[in-house]
Design a protein around this ligand. Structure first.
Ligand SMILES: [Zn+2]
Length: 215
């Protein structure tokens, strides 16, 4: 019996399934990302590779998987986001998207820059969760477990990862050495994914820092 229990736990540990479902990552997106890095971070870069230092957790503010995916798919921003477009026409994206059933989709390579969090994109891996429509926390227990599994995988893979934050906490990170945003007035108010979801995640990963603890 003990052997079976051990086998079950071992399988669960190594059974992380990541489904690749790439968004468009063409020359335009790379060019727009380089321009974003130049304008907002003051860096002239030959490629848009990153060293991930923090994980940022999001919800898509949309309960439908396909609509959520389509937000990120194209290289340039849709016309209905004028505030973001003024800052850059690079479309928002995220490295991972987790369905309401807890399936993990990888939208782009983990080590290149996605636009998902002001000030921190150049150092962050983004995990989006389908849900949070009307900014109500409706993330599922399957999503919580998938986040835990995915963060465990990333933590083991990238030793440079030291921080875990919710998108709603990002303004707390402005004193970090890798906060890069040049425009102090460029900020948006965020609610995703909220304190309840983050405290559940943090209890699983006590070694990760929040930006509050960093000060
Ligand atoms: Zn977000």
């Amino acid at each position: 019996m003990k052997v079976f229990l051990f086998l079950f736990l071992a399988l669960k540990l190594y059974a992380l399934v990541i489904i690749d479902k790439p968004i468009t990552f063409d020359k335009e997106r790379i060019y727009l990302a380089q321009k974003y890095i130049s304008k907002h971070y003051g860096l002239e870069v030959k490629n848009i590779n990153i060293t991930p230092r923090l994980i940022v957790i999001h919800w898509t503010a949309e309960n439908d998987f396909n609509k959520s995916f389509n937000h990120f798919k194209d290289s340039s921003l849709p016309l209905d986001r004028p505030y973001l477009a003024k800052a850059s026409t690079l479309n928002v994206s995220s490295h991972f998207l987790i369905s309401r059933q807890g399936k993990i989709y990888r939208l782009m390579p983990e080590n290149i820059m996605a636009r998902h969090v002001i000030g921190l994109n150049y150092n962050a891996i983004g995990i989006e969760n389908v849900g949070g429509e009307k900014n109500l926390n409706n993330l599922t227990s399957a999503q919580l477990q998938a986040n835990i599994d995915l963060i465990s995988y990333l933590k083991a893979k990238y030793k440079s990862l030291k921080y875990l934050i919710g998108h709603h906490e990002y303004t707390q990170c402005q004193d970090l050495e890798f906060w890069l945003e040049k425009d102090k007035n460029y900020q948006t108010t965020k609610y995703d994914p909220g304190d309840t979801f983050m405290s559940k995640l943090r209890s699983e990963f006590p070694s990760f820092k929040s930006c509050l603890k960093a000060k």
